[in-house]
Design a protein around this ligand. Sequence first.
Ligand SMILES: O=P(O)(O)OP(=O)(O)OP(=O)(O)OC[C@H]1O[C@@H](n2cnc3c(O)ncnc32)[C@H](O)[C@@H]1O
Ligand SMILES: [Mg+2]
Length: 215
Amino acid sequence: MVTFATIRMASKHLSRTASSVTMATKRLTFVTGNHNKLKETKHILSQGTPIELDSQDLDIPELQGTTQEVAIAKCRRAAELLGKPCITEDTALCFVAYHGLPGPYIKHFMKTLGHEGLNNMLAGFPTKDAYALCTFAYSAGPGTEPILFEGRTDGTIVPARGPGDFGWDPIFQPKGFDQTYAEMSKEQKNVISHRYHALVKLRVYLATLNAENNF
Ligand SMILES: O=P(O)(O)OP(=O)(O)OP(=O)(O)OC[C@H]1O[C@@H](n2cnc3c(O)ncnc32)[C@H](O)[C@@H]1O
Ligand SMILES: [Mg+2]
């Protein structure tokens, strides 16, 4: 079982070893049905990382559980279906007032309640604080244990502002900014987002695999 202590230790080790390696361009499959995730991931990984991402939309049931359990189960199944290495990603939106819920179930809440309903969930609560949590999972292939890379951005839930083309972007205002994710340029979001923070860790890991010819 992968633990977060293990991941933290691995990522410390990797950040020491990966800085001095050069990568040959490699292809990797991102299993997702979300074109906005794919676009942001490609944009962030294109900054100095010789990885060409292709994508595949597979119908994978998402289990209930912690964000880690949901992410591991999805990536394990994706690798089994694909028959080769892949990455998957799960995004959670966690309300502090609800001790982390809706968390990994945000997709269903968002679809059912919309931006206004999500705001209404927090009416009467003393805190509107929330955090966006991104969990990338990498599987080396069928039968291998996925490895997780987490990124978190803290913020506040606000009435919707900005274009509504990507999920809950209009109601999430990152701490220290006066714009919501939706009001920011994509360039700006992509250097502070939960997805960015997770991809920085994944990038280091892939660089080390590549240097060892394991990828
Ligand atoms: O195929 P997968 O990769 O699972 O794509 P998905 O859209 O089903 O994504 P999730 O299961 O991770 O559900 C996360 C929900 O949060 C939304 N979401 C993900 N990243 C987001 C971001 O950066 N900003 C706003 N909404 C986001 C997304 O549209 C979903 O409604
Ligand atoms: Mg999904």
